[in-house]
Ligand binder design. Structure first.
Ligand SMILES: Nc1nc2c(ncn2[C@@H]2O[C@H](COP(=O)(O)OP(=O)(O)OP(=O)(O)O)[C@@H](O)[C@H]2O)c(=O)[nH]1
Ligand SMILES: [Mg+2]
Length: 448
């Protein structure tokens, strides 16, 4: 699904991945690439523009999250924007408080209405409902048979009449549903090649007669911008409640899926991904956005980092590092920060490719414990002013923390090295560097 779009977006994020931080220049370039990718995918022009404008604003307005790359941060910003454009929350069918719930299915010819009618019936049946189908497509001779065959295969009854009267079929089917205690009636209607008067007036008449709880507009996602145009015309006249996107299994570029909610302001409720009666699923904006971006766990990684991120603290830290005032108190704060994010291995493992790179290197949270213990055994003055820590103080700290003087010596030595390194690495991702220093430290501590 949407391979082409996913590939192009990934390419766009790659261009910022190598950068140490988000700047005006690389944001503008990446945003341009994202817009191009969206337009190539046949996303509505205004929708593409509003997505990229929002992405740009957020990217420039956000502080750099210390523990993720700019590329990952960018992916998350685009993800949030896509989720919002796709509708934020999953939207359900509105069921009637007094049954039966009436669902009217409408759309252009060949969009997948009849197939969807059966799919929805099966879907609702599996949730314990007892549906009846109405064959209100009375024009195409084979239409009623098609629905009957589908109904038989899922063991759901189909109501039809001999006369070619769609409105009467719907009306009688409703009476039948009430009589036989069906809690759901799904009405399949005829499609036309184009949105025209005859079609509209018939659907409108059925709507006024049976007063459906839900009018679903079925649209073939393969038709791109045409689908969005049809939906808008349809909505003006029929005022539907939700959209069903079909044929998402095909070679669709994604434009209709991404544009339709913004243009029509009606939620996508279901998607259909195949010809079989089981190929139906409720529509989840977040899952769809994740699929479009093909981005694995980057979202949760950035979310975690964001949760813990405190811009003010990060700035303070940066200032301390550059003025060489970074001390054990700051270091301890960083340790706690890392601990809050979960285990180091979890955190690093979420970065694509990193788990493999780490290979057999053990990053053991336990290895941080002696370091913490040693810092805990320092007085506040010692933490703020590590050069105070002379021989006798080292001995006291070792005893207090259950470590050896040698370990305390190592910690102090490595802390000084790390401090120097952090200072020189101003161009690099600061927290990432700090973590690396910590990793070395943790690794060496374990050797003792
Ligand atoms: N690949 C794929 N094919 C689908 C999907 N939904 C429907 N189809 C196929 O599309 C064709 C048209 O489906 P129908 O359900 O008959 O469409 P319709 O809107 O009822 O068509 P009319 O009644 O003629 O207007 C059929 O061959 C279906 O099998 C889908 O999600 N994926
Ligand atoms: Mg049909």
């Amino acid at each position: 699904m949407f391979e082409d779009l996913s590939g192009k977006l990934e390419q766009a994020f790659k261009s910022v991945t190598g950068q140490a931080r988000l700047s005006d220049v690389n944001v503008a370039e990446t945003v341009r690439e994202i817009r191009r990718a969206l337009l190539d995918a046949d996303v509505n022009y205004d929708v593409a523009r509003s997505i990229t404008a929002a992405v740009k604003e957020k990217a420039l307005g956000q502080g750099v999250l210390a523990s993720v790359t700019p590329g990952q941060q960018f992916t998350k910003i685009v993800y949030d924007e896509l989720v919002s454009v796709l509708g934020d929350e999953k939207e359900d069918i509105q069921f009637a408080s007094t049954p039966p719930t009436v669902i009217l299915i409408a759309g252009l010819q060949g969009s997948g209405k009849t197939t969807f009618t059966a799919k929805l019936a099966k879907f609702l049946k599996s949730q314990g409902r007892n549906p009846l189908l109405a064959a209100a497509d009375v024009y195409r001779p084979a239409a009623v048979d098609q629905l009957r065959t589908l109904g038989d295969s899922i063991e759901v009854p189909v109501y039809s009449i001999k006369e070619k009267d769609a409105v009467r079929t719907a009306k009688e089917a409703l009476a039948e549903a009430k009589k036989n205690a069906h809690d759901t009636l799904i009405i399949d209607t005829a499609g036309r090649m184009h949105v025209d008067e005859v079609m509209m007036s018939e659907v409108a008449e059925i709507k006024s007669v049976v007063k459906p709880n839900e009018v679903l507009f079925v649209v073939d996602a393969m038709t791109g911008q045409d689908a969005v145009f049809t939906a808008r015309e349809f909505d003006k006249q029929i005022d539907f409640n939700g959209v069903v996107l079909t044929k998402l299994d095909g070679d669709t570029r994604g434009g209709a899926a991404i544009s339709i909610k913004s243009v029509v302001n009606k939620p996508i409720k279901f998607v259909s991904t195949g010809e079989g009666v089981d190929s139906i699923s409720a529509f989840y904006p977040d899952r769809m956005a994740q699929r479009i971006l093909g981005m694995g766990d980057v979202v949760s990684l950035v979310e975690k980092a964001q949760e813990q991120y405190d811009e003010v603290q990060a700035r303070k830290l940066q200032a301390k590092i550059s003025s060489n005032a970074f001390n054990f108190e700051d270091f301890y704060g960083q340790l706690q920060q890392i601990k809050k994010m979960g285990s180091m291995r979890d955190l690093i493992g979420m970065i694509p490719g990193m788990s493999k790179q780490l290979g057999d290197v053990e990053i053991d949270d336990d290895s941080l414990k002696p370091i913490e213990a040693m810092i805990n055994s320092m007085t506040i003055q010692e933490r703020r002013n590590p050069q105070l820590i002379n021989g006798s103080r080292r001995k006291r700290i070792a005893t207090g923390s259950g470590t050896s003087v040698r370990e305390v010596n190592d910690l102090l030595k490595q802390f000084n090295q790390m401090k120097k390194m952090m200072k020189t690495m101003t161009k690099m991702n600061k927290m990432g560097r700090a973590m690396e220093g910590l990793k070395n430290l943790a690794g060496r501590q374990r050797l003792h």
